[in-house]
Design a protein around this ligand. Sequence first.
Ligand code: ANZ
Length: 851
Amino acid sequence: KGGYDHTTIEPKWQDYWDEHDTFATLRREGKEKKYVLDMFPYPSGAGLHVGHPEGYTASDIMARYWRMCDYDVLHPMGWDAFGLPAEQHAINTGTRPEETTKANIANFKRQLRSLGFSYDWKRELATTDIGYVKWTQWIFLQLFKKDLAVQSEVRVNWCAELGTVLANEEVIDGKSERGGFPVMRMPLRQWVLRITEYAEQLAADLATEGIEWPEGTMTMQKTWIGRSEGAEITFEVEGASASTPQTIDVFTTRPDTLMGATYAVIAPEHPLAAAQLAAADKGGSDDATAAALRAYVKAAAGRSDLDRSTAKVKSGVWSGLHVKHPLTGKALPLWVADYVLAGYGTGAVMAVPAHDERDFEFAKAFNLPIVQVVAPSVGAPSLDFGAEGAAAYTELGVCVNSGEGLDGLSTLDAKTAMIAKLTTLGKGKGKITYKLRDWVFSRQRYWGEPIPIYFPVTVHEAGGDPRKGDPHTIDYNTPIPVPESELPVALPDIEDFKPGSDPQGVLAKAEVAHWRYFQKEGKWYARETNTMPQWAGSCWYYLRFADPANGAAAWSPEAEKAWLPVDLYVGGAEHAVLHLLYARFWHKVLFDLGLVTTKEPFKKLVHQGMILGEDGEKMSKSRGNVVNPDDIVMQYGGDAMRLYEMFMGPLEAVKPWQTEQISGVVRFQNRVYALAAKHAAAAGEETILPGTMTEETARLMHQTVRKVTLDIEAMSFNTAISQMMVFSNHLQSLSTPPPTEALTKLTLLLAPFSPHLSEEIWQTLLGHPESVSFATWPTYDEKMCEVTTVTLGVQVNGKVRSEITLEKTADADEAKAAALADEKVQKAIGDKEVKKFVYVPGRILNFVLGK
Ligand code: ANZ
């Protein structure tokens, strides 16, 4: 092979960059900045997968490009290191999560280093670092003080297998996102972050000027937040006993249909259902209605929201109660059905079967009346709901059968009129509701940040010691924030990581009672035993990177001003609603606290497309189609891996891995290296000067600089690489060594893509004394980029026979001569006489032949 030997050249430059601290972050007076951020990885035991280098190479190209354009660049890397797998591994093997995490980080770092990423490793952080945990806990305390972190009895997703509660986002089809274990709904004391307080801003602010996010991701966030405008309407409960709620509120997006409400429904988890059952308990024994209700409520607890809301067959039971229609006073039966979800709106609906599909199906199933109150148009015939295949009419239309003041109004006007009417009567009001739920923030696991809260403890017998298990009560209603001076609250040492049966979590195990309980001024206290979810650390790591060593604050105002917001954020689309929503939420809280100066943290967001296996399927261990980046780097080198992944196709496209295509980029690298070696040899001999530039080479050089520059700005890396390939082919076709200027510019253009190869050419072969990383990005002459030639089809008797390339300025004689020199044209003309030659410059070339 000879030539570019990645096995020696690449490690050489990796060492050089380390030794020279080449990528130390600069912040110079008067320079503009670019903050280029990758979604930091969870350091799993499996190491990098090929999707990581895809995004990381893209961001590294931008960071290197902007450095060469004289920006100050912040390009950091760290580790999202809390989380279940390390703890699961500890349970299985006894290896402490700290050790597993440390080893995995070291492996990840080795892999990233082999790919030549220009990170400022001095800013490296792990969310598990105690100096980082301290400030994550500090931010939690700020949320607590603003009443945004509160305790609540929540019906949570309890996963017994994992021994923890999961966020709604972590439950897919009733199973845990990680591991696929069954998930049950049950009430438990939880810390909840009130993200819904920010629903409006979270939905609206992505439209802020300067925010450049993929359309699909913005839509996903909007859908997730799910803003609905409507009304809340109060119904009195008839015959309610003194201990049960006297009214229920329903949420509806269609207050205009109130006169068509023929029954009402509450979710099985609605307090009124529990109150009814409690009343039955008091009575001593259930009657048939109460027994059915009891059985129904129990069964509903095992079903997921998704299952409940999409079920074809509607189920439900009568509650034993009626409610009073707020306008007519008529008694409507109150049903309990699981198609009404507890966590949305008020957990209760007024049912309008004529105009809502779910209500329609339910009314059909249980023989409840259906009353039309919306007509498709004025004077349209009444709908026949008894007919075969009849369905609810859910479109907008005109209000009917609703009395004076409403009949004849359009749906939209009727909504407004109804809300006004209810408001006047004190029976309802306009209301905006969101699908977004508050964020359940507690986990019952070990490997997370302890929540910095403690509670007063009452020891039942004088001198009792709760650490020894003496009887005591923890007053969970009086949470006390850990004083900031006592942060961080570190995790205790523990031997057995297996979750216990206590849903208060692993940290509630007797083994760590000495950590959990403590005395202050003679009084006992108990620490919160819940830990934070894995999402916590990634909610603010981009802020810490601006000031990672600050011991006195999470970050300084100066550092925040110097670097925030993130200019470019690259990472997977799978984070469209979890991490990216949570981080935006924290950022907005911090903004309101005056701790950050922008409303949004991430200006431009880019998702790299998924890389599939050679077979076009998702890479997975079970399919056996996983490509290990280590193997590619070993065989072809880090630069080849970078170049290949950028050359595969558009960054955001989904594309299959094709190992055989790596040889294409390897050939390109070798060609560039050979050109540089040829140039160096010629320059060394002094007698043969490197070729002087021809007009053709100069033009192609300027065109290449222009295209690569514009393509990088547009993050269109595959097209930039093909242009460099075209240029290198041209230089290779010359009979002389490449002109110095041409080789120099090519090396500079290539530097963000293939940093090792470029550094080798720049320093070793071109003899520059400093790293190519801070060399000035090449410029181009717009005039030289103009395309001066044009390709035209040559017609003979109106039929296209060949194609030739002409100077745009060619006159008829030049054009004719060029065309006649073409073999195919000669053949088509043969020995016939050319009667006429038609030439319209840039458009038509036609030979008309005689007989
Ligand atoms: C009466 C009505 C009449 C409704 C009508 C719709 C059509 P979105 O758009 O998703 O916000 N609803 C309210 N709370 C619910 C809950 N907890 N579980 C299940 N369904 C619930 O939908 C709001 C509509 O969904 C509400 O408007 C309510 O039904 C139902 F012709 O009220 B509607």
